[in-house]
Design a protein around this ligand. Structure first.
Ligand code: NAD
Length: 273
């Protein structure tokens, strides 16, 4: 395995399972030490289980198996102070942050018309998927600016950050909001040599999509299936590692002059006519 990230430190949110775990392991395989957080508990308005402490422990095990170090914590990205505490503890341990992957996110489903989304669900999705990303940036980026060595900030959006998807105005708005953060911070951090890009996956084979509640919801509401099953390339769901390849590219010097990019890993989903 190449060590293109040797000596670097990556901060990854939502790292207990799914894409966040895959990113943490891939970054470690390429030489980075990892600061990780995950909520490790479920939320009432999210109809599937979020990660557990056991999941986070498995990420720790997998990262350590690469030979790199990891500092991993239970924290909720809705709680700014909790995120800042994780960053500060990680900085004490590793001394620096070079790469930020704002990946923690949730999805919800229920009413077919977005106007019927319950208010608490709206608040939770925006708080986690959008405000949580801002918290992640706010807690980590000042240390990168102060250090003066540049870096890479990678914000996980979605195809729902590029086009509208039915029945999920909250998720779609949150993921478009992430693009707004990306564009703003691209401008503000460019002079510091810090690149900011967003990643836009199509449906990825993680518990967010494969949970039985959502599978049943699509079975009950076949008209909604186009939200996730309309890739142009012949693939239903991509793998978390497919997204990690994009994260690795954006984290490494291979993309040293790439900033402000909405990088689609979407099997053509958003180009579908
Ligand atoms: N799976 C897909 O089809 C898909 C497609 C496009 C984008 N995404 C995005 O990719 C990212 C990762 O999702 P995934 O597919 O790995 O799903 P996942 O549910 O397996 O992973 C999300 C992780 O975030 C954690 N998390 C949730 N709320 C949190 C909070 N408040 N604070 C800290 N951690 C929290 C969860 O516990 C979980 O470990 C999300 O931002 C998601 O919106 C997913």
């Amino acid at each position: 395995m190449t060590s293109v990230l040797e000596g670097q430190v990556a901060f990854v949110t939502g790292a207990a399972r799914g894409q966040g775990r895959a990113h943490a392991v891939a970054l470690a395989e390429h030489g980075a030490d990892i600061i990780a957080l995950d909520i490790c508990t479920s939320i009432d308005t999210v109809p599937y289980q979020l990660a557990t402490r056991d999941d986070l422990d498995e990420t720790i095990r997998l990262v350590e198996a690469t030979g790199r170090k990891i500092a991993a914590f239970e924290a909720d990205v809705r709680d700014y102070q909790a995120v800042a505490d994780v960053v500060n503890t990680g900085l004490q341990q590793f001394g620096q942050i070079d790469i930020v992957v704002a990946n923690a996110g949730v999805y919800s489903f229920g009413p077919l018309d977005s106007v019927d989304i319950e208010l608490q669900r709206w608040r939770d999705i925006i708080d986690i998927n959008l405000t949580g990303v801002f918290h992640t940036i706010k807690a980590s980026v000042p240390s990168m600016v102060a250090r003066g060595k540049g870096g890479s900030v990678i914000l996980v959006s979605s195809t729902a950050g590029i086009r509208g998807l039915r029945s999920m105005a909250d998720y779609t708005a949150s993921k478009h909001g992430v693009v707004g953060l990306m564009r703003t911070f691209t401008n503000e951090l460019g002079p510091h040599g810090i690149r900011v890009n967003s990643v836009h996956p199509t449906g990825v084979r993680t518990h967010m999509i494969t949970n039985e509640e959502l599978v049943q919801w699509y079975a009950d509401n076949p008209s909604m299936a186009a939200n996730v099953s309309a890739n142009l390339l012949p693939v239903d769901l991509i793998e978390p590692e497919d997204v990690s390849e994009a994260v690795l590219f954006l984290a490494s010097d291979a993309s040293r002059y790439v900033t402000g990019l909405e990088m689609k890993v979407d099997a053509g989903f958003t180009e579908r006519l």
